[in-house]
Design a protein around this ligand. Sequence first.
Ligand code: GPP
Ligand code: MG
Length: 291
Amino acid sequence: MTTAHAGTASAQVPTQSVYQSRVADYWNAEENPVNLELGMIDDLYHHHYGLGEADRSVLEEQDPERRRTRITAELHRLEHAQAELLASHLGDLAPEDRVFDAGCGRGGGSVTAHLRYGCHADGVTISAKQAAFANEQARKRGIDGKVRYHHRNMLDTGLATGAYAASWNNESTMYVELDLLFAEHARLLRRGGRYVTVTGCYNDTYGQASREVSLINAHYICDIHPRSEYFRAMARNRLVPVHVEDLTQAAIPYWELRRQADHLVTGIEDTFLNAYRNGSFQYLLIAADRV
Ligand code: GPP
Ligand code: MG
């Protein structure tokens, strides 16, 4: 954290590049129905995609209102399944343990981990609006004593060294340099702590970033890394992979359903399907131990 001095008053502000400010602008303005309408079903607001087989019978529903509601619920079920999968890799956590959610969005991942383990959670987002939203959700649930969100830079959190039993990035690594990110996770995690990421990465065997990968980058203002870079940067930062899972095939039904959800589409759906199918892009889970 950087301390900014203005006269006699001082305030903690995140260190931020122009790029990071543009990313924050995006998330401060973001109100996609695909995020808000799914989240309001059970007040678990996720900013990631779904996993697993979809119940496509929702598309056959004849009543238009009910069809929309059922599609929304099915997409949310798949997104929540992804959050639960990530949480299941965080290790054996106890209620007194702390976890760190890097790029926490509107907070659904930290709530998911807390509900599963009873643990303390600190979420960090570069968007002031997301942090305020997530804190309000935690307050409404009555878990604000254990689950807290901070408007901070995940590369420079100011959180306590070695205080965390587990940490993760759920689809947020593509906004940062991996070496800087993993150095911060390694600093925050205690020895033997667990780091998990679920991420979209480009496939080194394809060559370089494909047209579809470039379109996804432009859509979200991000910079998707190659698969290889994750392992190099982890090795340089005391993070040793213990489990790697290619989730690409399991990611496809979500996008197949989402592309037919006229009330929720954002326009990026076919690009994801093409990227997965032409082999240029992969959806990966990596769990690593902090040694
Ligand atoms: C999910 O967020 C997407 C990202 C955070 C960035 C890109 C991810 C990759 C795997 C490349 P979201 O849920 O806000 O996106 P959307 O509005 O499209 O549902
Ligand atoms: Mg979404």
